[in-house]
Design a protein around this ligand. Sequence first.
Ligand SMILES: Nc1ncnc2c1ncn2[C@@H]1O[C@H](COP(=O)(O)OP(=O)(O)O)[C@@H](O)[C@H]1O
Ligand SMILES: [Mg+2]
Length: 459
Amino acid sequence: MELKEVLRFADDKVFSKTGKHLDDLQEAILKEVLQGRKYATKIAQDRDCTEGYVRVAASELWKILSDVFGEDVSKGNVRAILERAKFYNHSSAIGENYGTVNHNVNICQERARSPTEPQNPQQTPKQLHIDLGDAPEIFTFFDRTSELSTLENWITGDNRTRLIALLGISGIGKTALSLRLIDQIKTQFDYVIYRSLRFSPTLETTLTNLLQIFSQTSEIPQNIETKISQILDYLRKYRCLIVLDDVQMLFSSRQLAGQYQTGYEDYQLFFKLIAEVCHQSCLILNSWEKPREIARLSKDNHPVRCFELGSLGEAAKEILKSQKLSDQETWSTLIDIYQGNPLWLELTATLIRELFGGRVAEFLQCEMPILDEGLQFQLSQPFGRLTAAELAVMVHLANLPEPVAVSHFFNKIPFSPSEIVNAVRYLGNRFLLDVVEEEKIILFSLNSVLKEYVISMSI
Ligand SMILES: Nc1ncnc2c1ncn2[C@@H]1O[C@H](COP(=O)(O)OP(=O)(O)O)[C@@H](O)[C@H]1O
Ligand SMILES: [Mg+2]
């Protein structure tokens, strides 16, 4: 929703309740806060007044807005409250017009005539409903500032994204990042839900689970279509942030990445609807295999985006520090070898502590990289899923000193060019390949950890 629109809407509401428009200072405060900025310093500078004065004005403004909207408004929730109020205002106007002369309704306004409105729609919740289910507790979290800000911007900025795939190899930090994001932006939502699909629940089970959170008292319908339409109604009616973690558990082994297992194909339709139907919510899918429909939908101008999570970078030093390792001057080398992957570094740091007394320099004297058993187990999961052609590509790459182009594999491994091209392409969708592009030449290689895994497992 446009900033200007939201400001105008707030001003109209205040005027119709109090007979007074927002003054310049109130408008400036609202404008800064709606953009997620720290307002006091900037406004105080712009207007040559003290920050204290601006803060007092802001607290008056929250009181006025609380009065107008009938709930406690603060700088943390003002955007969510205004947008929700504007949404309902708009929808009810369309609802009143529907059946008369309004031919200009666009697809986004369909909700007013949805035939599948839940039987007992609840009142707008006055407070945040948060259900994180069995989400792991995150004790320490380092950096990821720019990743968090990009995701926040996608979700709450002007061009709202309805479906985000948060992708990356196992251990890179998808679960931790999504939970940190929830913590950061939860006050802007009515419902915040986290569920892991690690036990591969069917779509029916997942939908029932979600509906139980939304409509604690109403009966859950039997029919899957009705379940889907009820969920979509809740996503329209409330601003919801839903994270579905471990989406890779829906995909088949020994098939190219992102292929749904038999009996799980409905998820594809569900995710497509989330992308295509207009609503005010966001679904985040965490996965170490890129879901196929995401690649298609993100090209079609739908509000769908992929976020590929990479190395934790310098901040990974904090992990080594928390494990009390020594030889700080060598930490960057260790981080590079283990690709800045927080889990790989945690496992390796434990190994260094237990067998090398925490001395990183001594550990690095060994032939690198050394793979802790836990790290090997982590890697066995994606590798256990590879097709024969993908495995052949990986083994071949593990024995090459330099990156190569896709055509290099032709006639070197016993698969047709089509099989090889698909294998290379979908290995990318499993985040197992390093890709470099130089003057339109695309070259593929394996990082040192994967190379060592492939060689040491003799696969
Ligand atoms: N930014 C971070 N700061 C500190 N620890 C992190 C960070 N990201 C991930 N971790 C830790 O690394 C491990 C793997 O992270 P996780 O989120 O489970 O990865 P993924 O979901 O991608 O498999 C966990 O122990 C997690 O706490
Ligand atoms: Mg995870």
